[in-house]
Design a protein around this ligand. Structure first.
Ligand SMILES: *Cc1c(COP(=O)(O)O)cnc(C)c1O
Length: 231
């Protein structure tokens, strides 16, 4: 088994001291590895693939809080809507509407984070700050506005820094997200109550916390490197 128990205990203590929540990113990892951390008290786990998440949900304890941290396609929301605890990567108004629709069908309110584009790379998904402003203004005929989607709650923001060795680049990107977060947190109304800032992964979580993150998503430090070809 590849789970690094001492690393988990050390990171967990470090994060508890700083009041930062830990999402253990278990994508591509077997059930036994998740169970090992569950047995130590870990309840928040993150997954990137809808199918894989749905299968793991079926097999594991129902008190696990499942975080969907990947890029979510609208046509797949229905598979995770009955149970998902928090969707991190919401990057369009259409996706918000679909999550709301599936929330309504399942008679629950689904927690969402808006993904904000902070990296230089084109490949990373998310709202640009300008689009965020527009989102806040949206009024369309089917829903009126984002604030009237009663089966979602936007509880925060999520961002990913550039893949870079330059600590200053990463630091500046996280800092820029914190500024946006603070600005919009003041606007909290109706179904928008921003309290969670999800930023930081294995390689950059310490910088993210220094820049104001209160939820980190850590995979490889806990579960070892991922082997995608074996999947
Ligand atoms: C895979 C993934 C992580 C975890 O990455 P590690 O480098 O293994 O810690 C965090 N966030 C997102 C969005 C991911 O896709």
């Amino acid at each position: 088994m590849a789970v690094n128990i001492p690393a988990y205990q050390q990171i967990k203590t470090e994060l508890d001291n700083k009041k930062v929540a830990l999402v253990a990113v278990s994508k591509t990892k077997p059930i036994e590895d998740i169970q090992a951390l569950y047995n130590l008290g870990q309840r928040d786990f993150g997954e990137n693939y809808v199918q894989e998440l749905a299968e793991k949900y079926e097999q594991l304890s129902k008190d696990i809080r499942w975080h969907f941290i990947g890029h979510l396609q609208s046509n797949k929301v229905k598979y995770i809507a009955p149970f998902v605890h928090l969707i991190h990567g919401v990057d369009s108004f259409n996706l918000l509407k679909e999550i709301n629709k599936q929330g309504l069908k399942n008679n629950r309110v689904i927690n969402c984070l808006l993904q904000i584009h902070i990296a230089k790379e084109e490949t990373k998904f998310g709202f640009a700050e300008k689009e965020l402003y527009e989102l806040n203004q949206i009024h369309d005929t089917s829903t009126s506005s984002v604030h009237e989607l009663k089966n979602i709650t936007i509880i925060g923001m999520m961002g990913m820094a550039s893949f870079s060795d330059d600590m200053n680049v990463i630091k500046n990107e996280f800092a820029s997200l914190k500024i946006i977060f603070d600005k919009y947190a003041l606007l909290s109304i109706a179904n928008c109550q921003l309290s969670i800032l999800s930023m930081g992964m294995s390689s950059d979580y310490k910088i993210a916390i220094e820049e104001g993150s209160n939820m980190v998503r850590i995979g490889s430090l806990l579960f070892g490197e991922r082997n995608y070809t074996a999947k």
